[in-house]
Design a protein around this ligand. Structure first.
Ligand code: PRP
Ligand code: ZN
Length: 198
């Protein structure tokens, strides 16, 4: 089989370093210069592609990359048609709902009629639906934690890892939507003779 195996990883972001460490632990050796977007491995059958995290499942879903390493939260939010081959046990974090420390909102039921800023509108909306809570959800691409201080939202729903960002922005967690971690994904109809990755 001559086809190259392409593995897509984050070019920057929380999973970037750990993803390369994981690939190295499989025995893959590659040279990553600072701005290299496509790295060739010592194993000539393997190529590493560096992408923005949102784009990784798109490439894998369409078969332009055979595997990807991405946060579970990303594939759950957009319901990409990819197979989760393996949970990788790094990049552990949680998608939580948080409010300003002095907020009158104490539990999620108090969010009825309130405004919630998030980068994960689909996950948040299904969480609210399950709890039968009707709130206004609006989407921000990043820096979500600053929204309540600007009165752009009464609460937020975002990822937390160390808790530092929430704390520094005067926010406290009132509930959890999901736990997440890095996962290895493959195209739904991908070739399956890549046992060395699993
Ligand atoms: C992520 C996430 C939280 C923060 C959590 O943001 O969206 O804001 O990290 O980490 P912590 O609990 O360890 O502080 P990121 O730095 O990726 O920036 P962005 O959301 O603005 O893209
Ligand atoms: Zn953030």
């Amino acid at each position: 089989m001559n086809k190259k195996i392409r593995i897509a990883v984050q070019s920057k972001g929380r999973l970037a370093k750990a993803s390369l460490k994981f690939l190295a632990s499989l025995g893959l050796k590659f040279n990553v210069e600072k701005r290299t977007l496509l790295a060739k491995c010592d194993n000539p059958k393997v190529e590493i592609i560096f992408l923005r995290d949102d784009d990784i499942p798109k490439y894998v879903e369409q078969g332009f990359a055979d595997f990807g390493i991405v946060g579970e939260n990303v594939i759950c939010e957009k319901k990409f048609q990819v197979k989760v081959v393996k949970k990788l046990n790094f990049g552990l974090c949680s998608l939580v709902i948080a409010v300003p420390v002095k907020s009158l909102i104490k539990v999620v039921e108090d969010l009825t009629g309130q405004r919630i800023a998030t980068s994960y509108p689909n996950l948040l909306k299904s969480f609210l639906e399950q709890r039968e809570i009707s709130a206004a959800v609006f989407k921000l691409k990043g820096s979500v934690e600053v929204a309540p201080a600007l009165n752009f939202g009464d609460a937020i729903c975002d990822l937390t890892q160390s808790g530092k960002t929430l704390k520094e922005n005067g926010l406290k967690v009132i509930d959890k939507v999901m736990d997440s971690q890095a996962v290895l994904i493959a195209a739904p109809l991908g070739l399956m003779d890549f046992d060395f990755l699993i």
